[in-house]
Write a protein that binds this ligand. Sequence first.
Ligand code: AMP
Length: 183
Amino acid sequence: MIIILFGAPGVGKGTQAVILAEKLGVAHLSTGDAFRAAIKNQTPVGQLAQEYVSAGKLVPDDIVAKIVEEAMTNEAFANGCILDGFPRTRAQAEALEGMLSAKGAEISKVVNIAVDDSTIIARLLQRGRADDQEEIIRHRLNVYNDETAPLLDFYGGKGLLTTIDGIGEVDDVNTRILAAIQA
Ligand code: AMP
């Protein structure tokens, strides 16, 4: 089972992915977490990614593909995974298709979590991560709208997409996501 949790920064993908991975017994891959760990440990990938992550820019697709491919070789991914924050560009979506078809796997569902921009900004300012400053948040939202949101049409066209309301209690949103996956 391969589930993509889709949506702008701050819609709750990370929180929901952790809960879903536990409930469904599959792995969780957050490319953002992977980059933050690589930066903290100053690995070669971390050194390459650092300037992009701190500025709220997208890390180049080839570096992203490398970190995803590496994660997917992990045994924990045998049952499937929740993808959180990947893919974010058309090139990444195509790279993912290549990786999955090489394993004989395919995307089960893309769940788009919808939250309005003013709620997103308020949530992220409260979270207070290093890249959660208002100017960087606005940049990340612009990047999402320009580069990532077009994937909604890409996955919609394949009949894989369901959009759910991301406003409300964490458990209620999780119930909506599970219903979308099981539909
Ligand atoms: P996130 O934790 O998903 O909000 O990601 C934090 C930051 O990591 C983003 O602003 C990007 O700089 C970088 N990043 C995470 N995932 C990707 C991705 N799929 N493509 C490019 N950059 C990414």
